[in-house]
Write a new protein. Sequence first.
Length: 419
Amino acid sequence: MNSEPDEDKLDRIKSEIRSDADAARERVTLPERTSGRNPSNDSHGREQHASIAALAQHAGPAFVDHAYRTILHRPPDTEGFARQMAMLGAGASKVEVLGDLRYSAEGRRHAAPIPGLLPRYALAKVGRVPVLGAVVQWFIALAALPHLLRHQRATEASLAVRFGETATALQAAEQRDAELREAIDGTRSDLADAVAALSARLTQSETFTQRTHADVVELRQLALTMNHWTVQVRKSIDAIETAEAELRARNDETSAAIILRAREHDAHRAARLQAWATELAQRIPRDATVLDLAGGSDWLAQLSARGWRASSIENNTALHREARARNLDVTLGSPRGLLARISDASLDALTIASPDRIVDEMPAAELVREAHRILKSGGCLMIGAAPAEFSASTLVAVGFAEPKSSDAAGSKTLFAVRT
């Protein structure tokens, strides 16, 4: 930094001190404390403390306002304020302004006591007389010279102190400025490093974003391919299921045709079914609930004709359609799945008129266990043309009484009661 010459610094400091002094003189002083005094005596109190020094400590508009309020006991009017300010601007002294107010007609009525004002006011007025005024002003200046010298020395001492304080403050400010510059340089360096690091991170992020975008595009393409493949697989599965259903329907039609033809050519079937129903009627009540497994529509009709609540499970679609055409209660489905839904001990009788159609899906041992579960105590299990798998030992092992056999129309039939 370029240092300022000491003379210029001193002139600048003097100018600042004068400005501060003028500003301090223009500020209105706080009113004096009046505690302990009678409000009616406030005007008297102001008269006791009025002095030239107290009035002259103010400057400019504040001086005029304070003089009016102290001497005339009112704020200045617009015309009077302008006139007194014009006098001050023309070089009149404050004593002359005070004297004009004090010794005006209004001032004489208030008679505010201001010690020493009259002689000084008279000298100020004499100073305006040509020739004599100049001589008077010279004598006044000579009389005030010692006071002015003391004031000058005090001012110089004060300026020296202020100059030292200002120099110290300036040095501290320069040091603070250097520290701030150093801090700013450090911050700028840190900021540059942070920007560089952020730029590197942004570059990495852009690279990662590009890779991610490429991966997303690839995944989207893969997803589209998988979706297309899934659709094709679903179509293939649907086609297979449709083909299986068609094949099952054709097989059911073929099997149904064979079974129905065999029943037509079985000359003893009607008598055999009649004998089975008669044997069953001796073991169950008249309002019995009877379930048949794939025994045929003619056997289910025989059961219904006895007045029992008879129903059947049929796994062949063609035979199911044929039985429904006769208005019989037939459910299409797997015997294993449908038996599992029947509540325990809910049937009076379970008939298996054609066990050869069931054992391929449900082994004899499993079928006997399910029969024992769904039959009531005392319920009857009938197995027509019983194959060897349905032996007496198998039935007894799960909880049936010793089965009774009946040779109806040349067909051995077992009747077992649940204990």
